[in-house]
Write a protein of this length. Structure first.
Lengths: 285, 275, 306
C-alpha cells in the first residue's frame, strides 16, 4: 500500500495540516477585516471628534470647521419616525404569525416579509420617492422616515414571531385554564414573558436602519441647516458622511471620519450590548 | 339522565354496596362525551359523575385518553388544533358545551393544574397567585392580598413563602412550584379543580405533600385527578374511574375498585397484568 | 385553533387587528412591486426589452441602455464572490471544525459585526484606504506581470470594477461565513464519525462528507451573499468610478445599477429619464427577488434533507 518514496499517510497528514492551516489563515483574514476597519475609523476619526462636531452646524462650503449637529438630530428624527411606522406593523404582524398564523395566510405573510427584507435599500428609496416625494413635490423627513420604516418591518416581524414562539405553550395553557381570555393571555402573559427578546430585537432593528444611506438620498435628501418639522428635507449622519467623503475638501474628509466614528460607536454599542443580553441571536439575514 | 332532571342541583344516591347512605351531590357530570384529535377518537362515549367535596381519580394505561377526557371537562381540549368534542358536560345544571356558553367562563369555574408546574415565568410568587384575579379585573389590593394568603394557605405553601412573596415564581423548587400552581388555580375559587397527573414531574416527598393537600382540599373543593400511579389513586381518592382505550370500563368507590372490581379488565390493570 | 364561535368580542377584535397588520405587510409588497412597474411604464413602452442590452447611456441625447449597469453589477458581484466564497467557507470550516466552541461563538459574533457595518462606512474605507492601495500597489504590480491580459490592462486609477468587487467581498463574507458555519454545525455527529471510522483524516472527512452534506446550505448562503452584493449601493458607488462603460479590464472604472440610481436620481429632469431609472430599479428588484428565492430554496433543503 505504500507508494514510491514518501508513505501515503504522510502525504495525507501533511495535506490535512496544510488545508486546516489555510482555513485558519482565512479566518484570521476575515476577522482581522473587522479590526482593520474599526482601527482605521478610530485612527482617522478620533482626532476630528470634538464638542464642535456635536453642537455646530456645517459651515458654508469651503470654510473649515463646523459640525454635524443637524445630521445627528436628523438621524434621530428619521429613526423615531421609522420606528413609529415599522415597529407597530412588524410587531403586530409578528404576533399574528406566532399566535394565529399556522396556516396558508401565515405562509404568505412570512414570504412577503422575507421578500421585503431582500429588497435593496435603494429600491426602497425609489418606493418612498414615488409614494411621497412625487405627490408632495418635495423631499422631506417624512419620506425618509417612511422608507426606513418599511425597511424595519421584516426584521420586526421575524424577531417578534421568533421570541413569542419561544414562550412555552404551557404558559398559555396556564392562563387559559384560569379563565383568561385569549387576547389578555397574549397581551398580559405571553408578551411580557418574551419582552426582553422583543425589545432587543427592536433595538437591533433600529440599529440596522440607522446606517442606511441609499434610501435617504432622494427622500430626506440633505440639508445644511436645521430642518424644521417633518416636511422639510433633512440631513442625516450617513448622508453627511457620504457627501463629505466624496467632496474635494480635506476638512470635510476629516469630519466624515468623525461622523463614521460616532456612527460606528453607537452601532457597535447596540449590537454588542444586545448580544451580551441575549446570546444566540443571529444578526445576519 | 336527561336534561330536565338536571335543571337544578340534585341528589343522587350512591348505589355501590357497603357504602354509607350519605347522599352525594353531583358537581360535574360527563354525559356521553366524545372527543377527537383529528380522526383519532380519543374519548368514546363516556358518562361519569364527579361528586362534590370528593376526590375522583381517573386511571388507566398510557394513551387511554384520560388526559384528553379531563381536558374536556374544562374545555381545554379544544385549544389544540384539530380537536373536536361532542356530547355534554353538566356543571350545576348547565351544559358547559352549550351554544351560548363562553369557554372562558367555564374555565373560571373549573380550574386546572398541569403535569409540569407552569408558573408564569415573569411574575413573582404573589403575582402568580393573584394572576387569575387580576386578569379578570380585580384591582383592590386588600382583596388580592387576602386571596393570595388564603390560597397559599390552602395549598400548604404559605409558611414557606410568606416572607418571599416578591421573589420570582420560578425560584421555587419543583414541588413548591406545583403547589404555587394549585394556589393560583384556587385563588379564583373554582367549583371543581382538575389535576392532570400533577405529581408525575415531582419527587416522592413532594408527591406526598400534594397527596396530603388533596385530602385537605376536599373539604372545600371538588377534585378530579388523573394519575397513572395506582397507589396514588388508592391513597388519595374516594371514587375512581378506569379508562381503557377511550372508554370508561368501570367507575365506583375507590375501595371497591381496588379490592373487588367488577370488570375483568379493571382487575387485570389493577393487578399489574398490563399498563 | 379555537373556533371563532367560541370567542368573545375582545378576542375577535385582537385577532382582526393583528390580521390587519399581517395583511398590511403583504399589501406593502404588492404596492411596492406595482409602483415600480407603474412608474417605469414610459420607459418600458419606449424601449421594450432592448433596454436590457442597450450599450449607450446618454441622458442628454435621450438614449438609454442598461447594459453597462447590468455588466458592472454582474462583474463586481462575480469578483466579490470569487474572493468571498473561499474566504467565507474556509473561515466557516475553521470555526465549525477546528476552533473550540467558545472561540467559535466569539469569532462568529465578530464576523457578524462585519455585517452590521453600514455600507457608507465600507465606502469611506474604500475611498481613503483601498482605492489608494489598489492604485499604488495592486494595479501596478498586476499590470507588470499580467498587463497584456485584457482583464488587467489599463492605467491604474484605483477606482474600478476590481476595487468595488474587493469591497463587496468584505461586505458579503459574513453572510457566507455565518450561515455556512451554522449549517456545518448541524451535520450529525454520526456522519463525521462514520468518515473518521474508515480512516479518513479530519480534512478528508470535511471535504468528502461534511461539505457535501451541507452543500445546499452553503450554496444557499452564497446566493444570499450574491443578492446582497447585487443591491449594494453606497460602498460601490464610492469606489467604482461611476462611468457607464463596458470594458474588459477590471481596473477600469464602471457603473452598477444601484450606483446609477444613487447618483442620477436627483438629476433626472424629465419624466422618461425618471421612468428609465425606475425601470433599472425594477430590474434590480426582480433580480434580487429571484436570487433570494433560490437562496431560500437551497436553505430549506438543508432543513429537510432528502
Amino acid at each position: 500500500m505504500s507508494g514510491r518514496g514518501i508513505p501515503y499517510s504522510t502525504v495525507r497528514r501533511c495535506f490535512n495540516a496544510a488545508a486546516f492551516t489555510l482555513t485558519g489563515v482565512f479566518a484570521a483574514v476575515t476577522v482581522s477585516t473587522l479590526f482593520f476597519i474599526l482601527g482605521f475609523i478610530t485612527w482617522h476619526g478620533i482626532s476630528a471628534v470634538n464638542v464642535d462636531f456635536f453642537i455646530h452646524l456645517p459651515k458654508p462650503v469651503g470654510e473649515p470647521g463646523g459640525g454635524m449637529a443637524n445630521a445627528i438630530v436628523g438621524t434621530g428624527k428619521l429613526l423615531l419616525l421609522a420606528s413609529a411606522i415599522g415597529v407597530p406593523i412588524g410587531f403586530f404582524a409578528g404576533v399574528y404569525l406566532s399566535e394565529f398564523g399556522h396556516n396558508k395566510l401565515g405562509f404568505w405573510v412570512r414570504y412577503a416579509a422575507d421578500l421585503l427584507n431582500g429588497v435593496p435599500s435603494i429600491v426602497m428609496g425609489i418606493f418612498a420617492y414615488t409614494l411621497i416625494v412625487l405627490p408632495m413635490k418635495q423631499f422631506s423627513t417624512f419620506a425618509g422616515g417612511v422608507a426606513l420604516g418599511i425597511m424595519m418591518i421584516p426584521i420586526a416581524v421575524r424577531s417578534t414571531e421568533e421570541f413569542l414562539k419561544l414562550v412555552p405553550n404551557s404558559v398559555r395553557e396556564a392562563a387559559y385554564a384560569l379563565g383568561v381570555h385569549e387576547w389578555k393571555t397574549i397581551v398580559f402573559v405571553v408578551i411580557p414573558a418574551a419582552i426582553r427578546g422583543l425589545l432587543t430585537g427592536i433595538l437591533l432593528d433600529i440599529a440596522r436602519v440607522a446606517g442606511e444611506t441609499a434610501p435617504l438620498l432622494f427622500t430626506a435628501f440633505n440639508n445644511r441647516v436645521w430642518s424644521h418639522g417633518w416636511m422639510e428635507p433633512t440631513s442625516s449622519l450617513p448622508v453627511m458622511i457620504f457627501t463629505y467623503a466624496i467632496a474635494p475638501y480635506d476638512d470635510w474628509h476629516r469630519q466624515a471620519w468623525a461622523g463614521a466614528l460616532v456612527l460606528m460607536f453607537l452601532l457597535l454599542l447596540v449590537n454588542g450590548g444586545t448580544r451580551l443580553l441575549l446570546p444566540r441571536r443571529r444578526v445576519v439575514t | 339522565m336527561n336534561a330536565p332532571t338536571m335543571l337544578k342541583r340534585f341528589v343522587v344516591e350512591d348505589k355501590s354496596e357497603g357504602s354509607e347512605e350519605t347522599p352525594q351531590v353531583v358537581a360535574l357530570m360527563a354525559d356521553k362525551l366524545n372527543a377527537w384529535f383529528g380522526s383519532n377518537h380519543a374519548v368514546k362515549n363516556i358518562t361519569l359523575q364527579i361528586y362534590r367535596h370528593k376526590a375522583t381519580a381517573i386511571i388507566g394505561p398510557s394513551g387511554c385518553g384520560k388526559s384528553t377526557f379531563i381536558r374536556c371537562l374544562n374545555r381545554m381540549h379544544e385549544v389544540v388544533p384539530s380537536a373536536r368534542v361532542e356530547g355534554k358536560v353538566w356543571l350545576e345544571g348547565w351544559n358547559i358545551y352549550g351554544e351560548k356558553v363562553d369557554p372562558v367562563d367555564v374555565r373560571r369555574r373549573i380550574g386546572m393544574v398541569f403535569q409540569k408546574p407552569n408558573p408564569f415565568p415573569t411574575m413573582t410568587i404573589y403575582d402568580n397567585v393573584a394572576a387569575g384575579l387580576r386578569l379578570n379585573g380585580v384591582r383592590d389590593r386588600a382583596v388580592l392580598d387576602a386571596a393570595v394568603e388564603e390560597s397559599l394557605k390552602l395549598a400548604a405553601l404559605w409558611n414557606e413563602v410568606k416572607d418571599h412573596l416578591r421573589e420570582p415564581g420560578t425560584s421555587l423548587s419543583g414541588g413548591q412550584q406545583q403547589r404555587l400552581c394549585i394556589a393560583r388555580a384556587l385563588a379564583v375559587k373554582p367549583d371543581v379543580l382538575l389535576m392532570d397527573e400533577p405529581c408525575s414531574a415531582l419527587d416522592p416527598i413532594a408527591t406526598g405533600k400534594i397527596e396530603e393537600l388533596i385530602y385537605q382540599l376536599k373539604e372545600k373543593y371538588t377534585v378530579v385527578i388523573v394519575t397513572h400511579n395506582m397507589q396514588q389513586a388508592a391513597r388519595a381518592s374516594d371514587y375512581t374511574g378506569f379508562l381503557l382505550m377511550g372508554e370508561l370500563v368501570e367507575f365506583g368507590q375507590t375501595s371497591k375498585i381496588f379490592t373487588n372490581p367488577t370488570d375483568s379488565r379493571t382487575e387485570s390493570y389493577i393487578t399489574g397484568r398490563f399498563g | 385553533m379555537r373556533r371563532s364561535s367560541s370567542l368573545n368580542w375582545g378576542d375577535l377584535l385582537f385577532r382582526r387587528v393583528t390580521l390587519g397588520f399581517a395583511l398590511a405587510v403583504v399589501g406593502i409588497v404588492l404596492v411596492l412591486a406595482g409602483s415600480l412597474v407603474w412608474n417605469s411604464r414610459l420607459a418600458m413602452k419606449e424601449f421594450g426589452w432592448a433596454f436590457l442590452w442597450g450599450r449607450t447611456w446618454d441622458p442628454v441625447a435621450v438614449k438609454f441602455g442598461a447594459l453597462p449597469f447590468i455588466y458592472g453589477t454582474l462583474v463586481t458581484s462575480a469578483v466579490g464572490l470569487l474572493i468571498a466564497v473561499p474566504l467565507g467557507i474556509g473561515t466557516a470550516i475553521f470555526l465549525a471544525e477546528l476552533a473550540s466552541p467558545r472561540i467559535s461563538e466569539f469569532l462568529s459574533f465578530l464576523v457578524e459585526l462585519l455585517a452590521a457595518i453600514p455600507s457608507v462606512i465600507y465606502g469611506l474605507i474604500g475611498v481613503f484606504v483601498v482605492v489608494p492601495w489598489v492604485r499604488t500597489v495592486v494595479s501596478p504590480s498586476v499590470s507588470a506581470v499580467l498587463g497584456w491580459f485584457p482583464l488587467f490592462e489599463g492605467t491604474p486609477y484605483g477606482v474600478g470594477l476590481f476595487t468595488a468587487g474587493l469591497i463587496l467581498a468584505a461586505m458579503i463574507v459574513p453572510f457566507i461565513t455565518v450561515v455556512s458555519r451554522e449549517v456545518l454545525l448541524t451535520v450529525p455527529r454520526s456522519q463525521r464519525e462514520a468518515a473518521l471510522a474508515v480512516g479518513a483524516t479530519h480534512w478528508e472527512s470535511v471535504w468528502t462528507v461534511l461539505l457535501p452534506y451541507a452543500r445546499s446550505g452553503i450554496i444557499g448562503s452564497i446566493f444570499l451573499a450574491l443578492a446582497r452584493a447585487l443591491g449594494e449601493t453606497m460602498a460601490v458607488t464610492m469606489v467604482i468610478g461611476n462611468v457607464p462603460e463596458i470594458s474588459a479590464s477590471l481596473f477600469k472604472p464602471g457603473y452598477t445599477m444601484a450606483a446609477v440610481l444613487a447618483n442620477e436620481f436627483t438629476e433626472a429632469t424629465y419624466d422618461l429619464y425618471i421612468h428609465t431609472l425606475i425601470e433599472i430599479g425594477l430590474v434590480l428588484f426582480a433580480v434580487t427577488f429571484i436570487v433570494n428565492g433560490i437562496a431560500r430554496l437551497m436553505l430549506s433543503r438543508m432543513e429537510h434533507p432528502a
